[in-house]
Design a protein around this ligand. Sequence first.
Ligand code: NAP
Length: 347
Amino acid sequence: MPAVDESPSNVLPPSVEGARRTMRAVVHRQYGEPEVLTLGEVERPVPGDDDVLVRVHAAGVNIGDHHLITGKPYLVRLSPFGGVPGPRHPVPGATMAGVVEALGAKVTGFRLGEEVYGQAAHGAFAEYVVVRAEHLAPKPRTLSFEEAAVVPWAATALQGLRDAGGVVAGQKVLIFGASGGVGTWAVQIAKALGAEVTALCSARNVERMRALGADEVIDYGKEDFVARGARFDVMLDLVGSRSLADCRSVLTPEGVYVACAGGGGDWVGPVFRIVGGLVSSWFTRRRFKTFVMAPNGKDLAFLTALVDAGKAKPVIERSYPMSEVADALRHVGEGHAQGQTVLRIVG
Ligand SMILES: NC(=O)c1ccc[n+]([C@@H]2O[C@H](COP(=O)([O-])OP(=O)(O)OC[C@H]3O[C@@H](n4cnc5c(N)ncnc54)[C@H](OP(=O)(O)O)[C@@H]3O)[C@@H](O)[C@H]2O)c1
């Protein structure tokens, strides 16, 4: 275990000083199926000047966490969140909600004891996590900690639709993979942006998509969305299983295809799709866009307002205690989510 950093900027305030210096956490020491995870006692993280230490109540579990646990596609191991030959960060988890336990020396705008939510770089599957203050926001007052822990995923839908897709009121938007962790947010956010929304999902999710506000729902088991002949201003692709040519064919002449997922197998994941999309967009007015979600407090504040105004809500499919983290990850890893999955750190 690393020694506790005692430099002045990292000294905990009196409320925390003297308290237990370790914490219970999910520990990830090697890549593999979720069984590689263990529960253990690890060093409690110490906030830097621009960070907040949060006492975690609940953390979101999503397909991105599964990629980092398994180390697949292998490309994730080369990212700052992965590591070679093994995981760089021993505690996984990113999105979470909890209570402010300590503030870095330069942090303003939050207070001890405040209920917050946001996205850590890593380490959210634990009793305490350090989060950059700019990646945190006050918890929506209408939500529980479990619900708030999955709201940061909505930022993926928001950035995909609003920023990459440029969605404006009145446009026709297709959400491919509408029933999953990001998709259930995307349907609601596209509606909130004023779009006419078509959700593409499996039969068991059709009614759920209507309940979330989708104007049209296509059951992909019954109908091929390409053959339907409809045209969309924006397509948000959260699945990546259809060819770029098929996806482009359902766009209006100046429509935008937003690749959020890519399929692509265990090695490089979506890389070939992204390169292919960028190159092919030189030859057509239809645009290809892709993005990596960048957490930021401004978008979280936007989402808080949306949620508190009743315009969007989390769709919690499953909630697991911390001791069942492997089951939670196995579930999201199957790729058939019907909303979001949560890990309860408290309770
Ligand atoms: N770019 C970024 O920054 C970013 C950020 C977050 C996530 N992502 C990516 O976005 C993708 C979606 O994430 P997620 O968390 O929403 O995944 P998820 O929770 O696993 O959801 C995927 C959904 O797609 C549905 N699906 C599967 N095949 C389908 C098909 N042929 N047509 C329509 N729906 C289909 C699944 O349900 P059924 O099997 O029942 O149909 C499931 O509900 C992932 O690839 C993830 O890696 C990217």
